[in-house]
Design a protein around this ligand. Sequence first.
Ligand SMILES: C[S@@+](CC[C@H](N)C(=O)[O-])C[C@H]1O[C@@H](n2cnc3c(N)ncnc32)[C@H](O)[C@@H]1O
Length: 214
Amino acid sequence: MSDSRIPKALHAYVGERAAQDDAFLTELKQAAVEAGLPEISIGSYQGATMSMLLKLMGARDVVEVGTLGGYSAIWMARALPADGHVRTIEIDDAHADFAEAWIAKSDVAGRVTVLRGAGDAVLPTIGDRSADAMFLDADKEGYSSYVAQATRILRPGGLLMVDNAFAFRQLLDESVQEPSVLAVRAVNDEIAKHPAFEGVLLPVGDGMWATRLR
Ligand SMILES: C[S@@+](CC[C@H](N)C(=O)[O-])C[C@H]1O[C@@H](n2cnc3c(N)ncnc32)[C@H](O)[C@@H]1O
């Protein structure tokens, strides 16, 4: 096998050995496509990674920005104890409607609440030190202010996960100067140097920060 094919083969090898979507999540993803939602949810390998991190830290309360169809919220809710909870923020009513309908018929129906509105409007309403973990997966231009909110909302030792740190695979292509890509480059540098966080950028999915609030 040539060198260029090895990373792809390794990726497939790793993916085949991670937890897979169950029938419900497979059905949810198919229904989301049929409902016209964009196909931009995390993958099952990333869901399994996030689930493991949440279980390892014994997370109970999670805040997400960017619900889409509820796929990642359900992955995270399944990693929590029975009295755990995910609050997930979504700006688009059609996405929120779809997510609420599928969460309601999921095995974690009582464990996820969709909060409608923009991240920068809803996050300030969330209490200080009220979350064990946060997952940012929405508008990239908002990430810097969401990271600032995370220093208040997370409890000490809390986990901040930030998706799309590879900027849709355009991170290192300097010819790409789109606002969302510029925002990801800026927030990657910000998180790397942030005195309140210690963590690593994992090569999972489109790159995901896993950082701990000191
Ligand atoms: C990448 S998708 C989220 C995928 C979801 N986390 C998953 O993996 O299943 C991004 C979502 O963020 C929402 N969004 C975009 N801008 C937002 C904002 N300012 N506040 C809250 N949600 C926003 C979009 O409508 C979209 O549903």
